[in-house]
Ligand binder design. Structure first.
Ligand code: ZN
Length: 131
């Protein structure tokens, strides 16, 4: 793989992850018995105290990919973001109607701190599922 001088570790990772998501089947294809999914996402700083945003939306199952990623709110984050694919898969397998939890960003705080300062932004999520 060749590295263009114009790409950064952040953009390379995002491109790779976007390709992985694009290549995955839609949620409707992968989980045909699932009828509705609503997500409630709260983005917090690493201490879990300051909330930078709270959004709630209904997922379009035909368009959303089963590799279900939520972007980290740290604009400098490298190789982070949140992947709720497994949370969704386990919820559907157990036929749960509601699942909530907390995820910690596994990326780096910025490209200058790769291998030294982790991002650790927190996502608190709640998924409501209808069958
Ligand atoms: Zn992050």
């Amino acid at each position: 793989m060749t590295h263009s001088p114009r790409t950064s570790p952040r953009s390379e990772y995002l491109q790779q992850e976007n390709q992985r998501a694009e290549a995955s089947p839609s949620i409707a294809e992968k989980y045909p018995r699932l009828k509705t999914v609503t997500v409630d996402l709260g983005h917090y700083d690493p201490e879990g105290v300051t909330r930078s945003s709270q959004i709630k939306y209904t997922v379009n199952l035909e368009h959303a990919k089963s590799v279900f990623r939520v972007a980290c709110h740290n604009p400098e984050c490298v190789r982070g973001d949140f992947d709720l694919s497994d949370v969704l898969a386990e919820a559907v397998a157990a036929r749960r109607t509601s699942v909530s939890g907390e995820a910690c960003c596994q990326g780096w705080r910025s490209r200058a701190t790769i291998d030294s300062v982790p991002c650790r932004n927190i996502l608190r999520y709640k998924l409501t599922l209808g069958y």
